[in-house]
Design a protein around this ligand. Structure first.
Ligand code: PLP
Length: 407
């Protein structure tokens, strides 16, 4: 699909885009925080509760069987999209954060003092804190791959820190704060040459381009549905089957068991072993509809269009005096983080919010990146395929007005 030609009909799929804020039409540029929801996803949630609501995997009755069927078909959709080997490798969670905690928990018994784990300096807090907690529990130590001014990882330093002691490497595919696309194939291959496992946080990649976990040979790949037009409260964890078989369960409860007695419990087969309790059934099914929706537009088309938005917005923003962009890698997604002179990001964010423009200000849950640049935070604009060029012009005009008011 040619997005430029069809932009109006795409925008009509998103009812929230016609919202007004203080009499101005909403310009939503905070897509890296969460993307908006198209009618087909909203309808899927409503349809579930109108026509399908029941518990899955446990009822003999019509509704339960139908809901189970659609829930499991959704698992198959994600397996196919990611090119995983089996639906046993797809676990539904409540989000990227939950998935990372689940994986970190899996290393509780195997990691020990003297072992090392490696993180990148470009991570979201949710790909730092669970691993710090793991280090506290096990005595393992964490090393950090440094970054440069462009917001890229220092791969020589990474290679130098790998050793037989390295057990896990965890890196995001795309930085949420800067948009940098990390060379994860290289990172994975190097880690594997030391038999270390690799977790890729794909929260900011899945909405923007096609990912093939088989080709990447990632051990774990995690992301959230709400970043690609799905609902909040659904995460997808891809993990190699052999690793999940060896992992202990993360949480105990119904559905994840084979047999329970007061003396002993045996666990269910994959993927149920990692999905205790009643899952977010409506949300999972709607996430599958969101996946169909973005695939209907085509991820290659999305990438091409968003690259154009990125390049137009970068040029336009650079016309603003004293505007400094953080994250200037050649390989980045449609995210621009910046400050203007020494004006506080929050002040600019508040003024342009009054004009109906939604951006994110602050540290973007990536404080180590802000520390590196010695700044408290940035203004971050992040585009989705339903944004248009007119919205970028409105952003730049609003920023100019804000600067005038604050200087
Ligand atoms: N990782 C990255 C790169 C993110 O951008 C985010 C959310 O902004 C997360 C992890 C956490 O995702 P969630 O809040 O959906 O668990």
């Amino acid at each position: 699909m040619d997005i430029k030609k069809n932009i109006e009909s795409i925008r009509n799929d998103f009812p929230i885009l016609s919202t007004s804020v203080n009499g101005n039409k909403l310009v939503y540029l905070d897509n890296a925080a969460t993307s908006q929801t198209p009618n087909c996803v909203i309808d899927s949630i409503s349809d579930y509760y109108k026509n399908l609501n029941s518990n899955i995997h446990r009822g003999v009755h019509f509704l339960s069987q139908k809901a189970t069927e659609i829930y499991e078909e959704t698992r198959f959709k994600f397996k196919k999209h990611l090119n995983a080997n089996s639906t046993k490798e797809i676990i539904f969670t409540s989000g990227t954060t939950h998935s990372i905690n689940l994986v970190a928990n899996g290393f509780n018994n195997s990691l020990k003092a003297g072992d090392e784990i490696i993180v990148s300096s470009l991570e979201h807090h949710s790909n730092i804190v669970p691993w710090q907690m793991l280090c506290e529990k096990t005595g393992a130590t964490m090393k950090v791959i440094p970054m440069n001014q462009e917001g890229e990882l220092n791969l020589n330093a990474y290679e130098d820190m790998l050793s037989k002691k390295t057990k896990i490497v965890f890196v995001n595919h795309v930085s949420n704060a800067l948009g940098t696309v990390n060379p994860i194939k290289f990172i994975i291959d190097k880690a594997h040459s030391f038999s270390a496992k690799v977790l890729i946080d794909g929260a900011q990649a899945i909405p923007h381009f096609k990912v093939d976990v088989n080709d990447l040979n990632a051990d774990f790949y995690v992301f959230s549905a709400h970043k690609f037009c799905g609902p909040t409260g659904v995460g997808i964890l891809y993990a190699k089957q052999s690793i999940l078989e060896d992992f202990p369960p993360y949480q105990g409860g119904g559905e994840m068991i084979d047999e329970v007695t007061f003396e002993k419990t045996t666990y269910a087969e994959l993927p149920n072993k990692f999905e205790p309790g009643t899952p977010n059934i409506a949300g999972v099914i709607a996430s599958g509809i969101a996946l169909d929706y973005i695939n209907g537009i085509g991820l290659d088309n999305i990438k091409k269009y968003e690259d154009e938005l990125l390049s137009y917005a970068t040029q336009k923003l650079k016309t603003i005096k004293n505007l400094k962009i953080y994250g200037t890698s050649q390989n980045k997604t449609s995210v621009i983080s910046f400050n203007i002179g020494d004006i506080h990001a929050y002040d600019i964010g508040s003024i342009i919010d009054n004009l109906g423009i939604a951006v994110r200000t602050g540290h973007h849950c990536a404080q180590p990146i802000m520390d590196y640049y010695k700044i408290p935070g940035t203004i971050r604009v992040s585009f989705c395929f339903y944004n248009n060029f007119d919205e970028i012009d409105k952003l730049v005009n609003a920023l100019n007005r804000a600067v005038k008011m604050l200087s």
